[in-house]
Design a protein around this ligand. Sequence first.
Ligand code: NAP
Length: 316
Amino acid sequence: MSDKPELLVVWPMRARQMDELASRYELLRYDEAEDKPGFLTAQCGRVTAALTNGSWGGMSREMLQHLPALRLVASSGVGYDSIDVAACTEAGVTVTNTPGVLDDDVADLAIVLMVSARRGLMQAHEHIRSGTWAQEGPRPLGSRSAGKRLGIAGYGRIGQAIARRAEAMSMEIAYYARSERPDSAHRFEPDLLRLAEWCDVLVLALPGGAGTRGVVDGDVIRAIGPHGTLVNIARGSVVDETALIEALEQGALGSAGLDVFSSEPNVDDRLRALQNVALTPHVGSATVETRSDMAQLVVDNIRAFFEGRRPVTPVN
Ligand code: NAP
């Protein structure tokens, strides 16, 4: 039997960091187990640390009940809505995430989705690839983004990185959150519906979870309007997706740029069939550079835990 400490792998990271972890720890590969409940019961009674992902792997209250010795959940990703943080806190388990290192990539994608949705760039790309340009001629005109009004719902690290990019596009910016940032040059709007009525583009950079579930409802979506755009790089759960699809189908909302969906990876057929959308498969942080930085932060948190130091980026 190995004398290395055990690490439960609920959701893995990139190969290089998994190799580094494997050199230090005995990896218990729950992610690869066929009988997952049986694996937890048989192998994980003494495990003190777990590696997971805040979007997909998570850590539920039920899983915690099978892990009585657990003291650390090290998660990759800044969002942690799939982790039951309250249950972890009750059980004396520290949760860590990876804030800050992914802001630029996610903000870049938000701008790309905004421009792509408003100008139909994904459809234009397909127009060339499918060979229809020569038969059907030019594509319909799109809508400008520069100089327009941008509402940012969720004005934290990523929301502010989006604002910096939008400033360079001469966009007029206002933001929604629970609390005002007195140091900000942008206007605070405490009412999400009023922000939607005011803006041409509403970008969502809120956390997921119970506090924001469905806050972008049919009223908010329709308030953005037939010439407006909704961009969601936050979480699918923040938006009433049925209301969004209806508004896009009926032209009550002009367009949408979406990186996140209510039921990933199974995106609603009606959404996939629409022409006034730009869709990406939850790739906000998916660059080699950012995923390496995220994975390194996870490794640093796990090492700090096993060496008796304070975690680098604790959530609770
Ligand atoms: P952050 O720095 O914590 O910012 C969150 C913002 O949302 C803050 O302005 C916060 O302000 C506001 N907020 C939180 N709860 C709220 C509520 N119930 N109602 C209204 N406003 C609320 O987080 P971040 O690092 O910018 O990340 C934001 C989110 O982006 C993540 O949680 C994740 O879901 C998503 N994300 C997506 C991807 C992707 O691949 N697409 C990648 C990374 C992150 P107040 O506290 O004042 O309300």
